[in-house]
Design a protein. Structure first.
Length: 123
């Protein structure tokens, strides 16, 4: 499960401390109410809802409330041919021949990124 960005976490904690309802926070931040509830519980367990304590730093919030979100990743068009490419690489087949062979299997792409993906597969 992916965590909210730290700026949302700080805003959520700040609003909870100010007495805003979870429903209002969810509406204002365009979040699901269950998401707000989950982070409200985590913040309460960590002691972050005490209005007399300073707001925790971003690094502390990140460490306590979950891993940061990962950037989106678009799968490579070579991915369906990974096993075949790995076998060809293990057999010492050259790059252009690999392209020819996976082309026979239906691969229609060609770009420097494809070369990079094949090189990455080789180790």
């Amino acid at each position: 499960m992916e965590r909210l960005h730290v700026h949302y976490l700080r805003e959520l904690v700040h609003r909870l401390r100010a007495g805003a309802s979870q429903r209002q926070i969810a509406h204002d931040l365009c979040l699901a109410r269950m998401t707000v509830q989950k982070y409200a519980q985590l913040a309460a367990a960590a002691g972050y809802l005490d209005a007399f304590q300073p707001l925790p730093e971003a690094a502390e919030l990140s460490a306590r409330l979950g891993p940061p979100p990962l950037p989106p990743r678009t799968p490579s068009t070579v991915e369906p041919y990974r096993a075949h490419v790995e076998q060809l690489l293990a057999d010492g087949v050259e790059m252009m021949t690999i392209f020819d062979r996976i082309g026979e299997l239906g691969y229609r792409g060609w770009s420097p990124l494809t070369c990079a993906h094949i090189r990455a597969a080789s180790g």
